[in-house]
Design a protein around this ligand. Structure first.
Ligand code: NAD
Length: 390
């Protein structure tokens, strides 16, 4: 099989890591990189830098690199335009999360995607490849839990310091990033939430802007969700809680699935909860339940999550495999994030789907009235300091 020539645009924290990891992916060949800041290429190290073409503008990269596949790893606002430019240049792409900052931009991108049916268009939803998440998806899709009644996800292990927010001038402002924890850290879980359970019909959220950090965007969100079948949900997240937790809990008619501290536990009962409530001859007690600890491969087995996405895209290009994370699905998690923010701003529940124009206008207003300034600090190494869930 011919290797796929890959380029990376944006050699920052994430792009430089992808560049180093690609050597482990069968069929992948990193041949070009691009960054508007030439200093960024130093992150590759001398050996790797000497092996690849370096471009200073995306225009030059698209015109001259000869790549078949491009990974787009720049700040979020630039995602749709670069993905569209990639398609115009005939390149398959893997777009970092979030695919866009707001739903209207995602709609614009997806309309363009329809014009290029033969190109592979993936999002970097690497957490879809985590073995535990694959197991959860299998259990839910097989109906093992029965009809879902409640889902609760507490994700407070995205702890970030002020230095993190100061490490890039685009971070944590309406103009530079367009949001906080929901836009930067949680796109993974918001994507998984819709991948597992579909979309809720209503979101009622409380949002807190700059509660724990000197930032203008949200660093704490507490959201209530309602699904078409009557199931309820809770989505709680912050970057200001130490020591944070990541606890996922799904309750169905036939039991409760919990994923926390790398342990996947299924409390399974054979009788449905509804039947037990109706038919039990006792006032207290529970349906007879097995507690099962479900095995899954640890996350450090083989390729890392991100490179599994790259490998999948190569398999799609070369062998017509099924795409794990189509970019078209990225609009759903984005809509969840926008709906939570909208609900928080309006201080009332919002029904889904939201009107993308309404949210776009709200964001424009926030940008226009922003008085937020910050002094970037110089950091060394991995400036954004990913410490956990990523
Ligand atoms: N999938 C994940 O696990 C994961 C983890 C971290 C970041 N990300 C995503 O990756 C993206 C980048 O984040 P980061 O932390 O690496 O940011 P960063 O600031 O460290 O790096 C961004 C790089 O892009 C360059 N750049 C900016 N605009 C450009 C343009 N138009 N053309 C070419 N280069 C450009 C900058 O000079 C910089 O070197 C974000 O969208 C973020 O959400 C994903």
């Amino acid at each position: 099989m011919d290797s796929v020539k890959i380029g990376i645009i944006g050699i920052g924290n994430m792009g430089s890591m992808h560049a180093k990891w690609l050597k482990d992916v069968p069929g992948a060949e990193l041949t070009a990189v691009c960054d508007i800041n030439p200093e960024a290429f130093k992150r590759l190290g001398d050996d790797l830098r000497a092996k690849v073409q370096c471009f200073n503008t995306p225009e030059e990269f698209f015109a001259k690199s000869g790549c078949e596949l491009v990974q787009i790893c720049v700040p979020h606002y630039a995602h749709p335009d670069l993905a569209i430019a990639a398609m115009k240049a005939g390149m398959h792409f893997i777009l970092e999360k979030p695919i866009c900052v707001h739903k209207a931009e995602a709609e614009r991108l997806l309309a363009e995607c329809k014009k290029y049916p033969n190109l592979v268009k993936s999002a970097m939803f690497n957490q879809r490849t985590r073995d535990a998440h694959v197991k959860i998806k299998e259990l839910l899709d097989s109906g093992e839990l029965g009809e879902i009644r409640r889902v609760t996800w507490i994700i407070t292990d995205w702890f970030r310091t002020q230095q993190y927010y100061d490490s890039g001038d685009w971070r944590a402002s309406w103009r530079g990033e367009g949001g906080g924890v929901l836009t930067n850290q949680c796109p993974h879980q918001l994507d998984l939430l819709q991948w597992f359970f579909g979309m809720p019909k209503l979101v009622d959220a409380h949002i807190f802007l700059g509660k724990y950090h000197n930032i203008e965007v949200e660093d704490e969100v507490n959201a209530y969700l309602e699904y078409p079948n009557g199931a309820t949900g809770n989505f709680i997240t912050t970057t200001g809680e130490a020591v944070g937790a990541n606890r996922f809990e799904a309750v169905g008619e036939h039991g409760r699935l919990v994923f926390e501290n790398d342990k996947l536990t299924f409390y399974r009962h054979r009788e449905s909860t509804t039947d037990f409530i109706k038919n039990a001859k006792v006032g207290f007690g529970n349906p007879y339940t097995w507690t099962c600890e479900l095995p899954y491969a640890p996350d450090n087995a083989g390729l890392c999550q991100h490179m599994r996405i790259v490998k999948n895209v190569i398999d799609v290009i070369r062998n017509g495999a099924k795409l794990i994370a189509p970019v078209e699905e990225g609009i759903r998690g984005l809509e969840l994030a926008n709906a939570m923010m909208l609900s928080g701003f309006l201080k009332q529940p919002v029904e889904l789907p939201i009107d993308s124009k309404v949210y776009a206008e709200k964001l424009e207003k926030l940008i226009a009235t922003s008085r937020y300034t910050k002094k970037p600090v110089t950091t060394t190494g991995n400036a954004a300091g990913f410490g956990n869930s990523f």
